[in-house]
Design a protein around this ligand. Structure first.
Ligand SMILES: Nc1ncnc2c1ncn2[C@@H]1O[C@H](COP(=O)(O)OP(=O)(O)OP(=O)(O)O)[C@@H](O)[C@H]1O
Length: 332
């Protein structure tokens, strides 16, 4: 069943068009990630779904019902923000229970749901603490707990991990993924981080400048990007684009080769020099300047002895290369 349908959504702030004809459906139980560069309209789109902003035109349907004029609290959604938005004077337990109290739910229901969420999020040791006595990751778990107890039809996350350090971000990312599986919940998640998008999503929606560029599973988008923007946005290190390579290039276009498909090989078609080596332990990234003065990244699996300044010859399997025309559309 369709959990969310957006039809021809446009949103302007004064003369500025921030969302341009957005059409999207999200199925029940799907984990959908909106990704795109800063300012592309991700948060605005999430806020339109939540009802915190009105669409200038178009319709929002949640669970089959049109909700354009339904206030946020009545939409059956719950939202987790980057800033946690916890009440500092309330304990963890009371922060989690507050929404249900405001809905006048019976005490027994509140207690059962809060206890279940506490257990699910492993917050048992902290229920009596105030938010100020918790770490950033624990606070974010409380913020997530507060949404779980409301049993919403749709969870909305707006960059929930961006205040956490790298290690905690990864742990919390895994927890959110596990939670989604446990609850079979429908989740929409906004991030500008392509790794988060690739690792969490069933379906990624790539936005640029208020428009949807492409929708698909992470691997569909990685292996079959419709244009140079999507190709360059997903993948780390990012795809290499060559306009002067010693291979055939579309007129005024580029060829794209992912760093993992470039191989150092004697007699390779691309000649260059290594300008920098990143040793990541499991992988090594070589930054190369080609004889045509273009910069490339080569990803080598495992450890590698290459040194800065060495000459290098590279090649790739033509079947793994993409070609983009002068308007950045994919042609091969
Ligand atoms: N209330 C507002 N009034 C005027 N312009 C706004 C308002 N809210 C957002 N914008 C503009 O709309 C555009 C999209 O903003 P939005 O916050 O949706 O982008 P985003 O993709 O979420 O960016 P980020 O990743 O930086 O949070 C931006 O250019 C922003 O300045």
């Amino acid at each position: 069943m369709t959990a969310l349908a957006l039809t021809n959504i446009c949103k302007s702030f004064g003369p500025v068009e921030v969302l341009k004809d957005i059409n999207l459906t999200v199925e029940e139980g799907e984990f959908v990630v909106f990704v795109g560069p800063s300012g592309c309209g991700k948060s605005t789109l999430l806020r339109v779904i939540a009802g915190l902003e009105d669409a200038t035109s178009g319709t929002v349907e949640i669970g089959g019902a049109q909700v354009n004029s339904v206030p946020p609290a009545k939409r059956g959604i719950a939202m987790v923000f980057q800033s946690y938005a916890l009440y500092p004077h309330l304990s963890v337990r009371d922060n989690m229970a507050l929404g249900l109290k405001q809905e006048n739910q019976p005490k027994s229901v509140i207690e059962a749901r809060v206890n279940k969420a506490v257990q699910m999020l492993d917050l048992g040791a902290y229920v009596d603490r105030r938010p100020s006595d918790l770490s950033g990751g624990q606070r974010q778990r409380v913020a997530i707990g507060r949404t779980i107890v409301r049993e919403p039809k749709l969870f909305l996350f707006d960059e929930p991990l961006s205040n956490l350090d790298a290690a905690l971000r990864m742990n919390t990312r895994v927890e959110i993924a596990e939670l989604q599986r446990t609850l079979s919940a429908t989740m929409i998640y906004v991030t500008h981080d392509q790794t988060e998008a690739m690792t969490l999503a069933d379906k990624i929606v790539v936005l640029r400048d208020g428009r949807i560029e492409q929708v698909g599973s992470p691997m569909e988008l990685y292996n079959n990007p419709v244009n140079q923007f999507v190709a360059g946005f997903l993948g780390s290190p990012a795809m290499n684009f060559l306009s002067k390579a010693p291979v055939s290039i579309p007129e005024n276009g580029v060829i794209g080769i992912r760093p993992e498909y470039l191989r150092p090989v004697s007699g390779g078609r691309i000649k260059g020099r290594v300008t920098h080596v990143e040793r990541l332990g499991g992988d090594t990234n070589l930054l190369v300047k080609t004889a045509q003065d273009e910069a490339l990244t080569v990803r080598i699996f495992g450890q590698d002895d290459t040194r800065v300044g060495e000459a290098i010859e590279l090649d790739f399997d033509d079947a793994k290369a993409f070609a983009f025309d002068h308007e950045q559309r994919r042609v091969i």
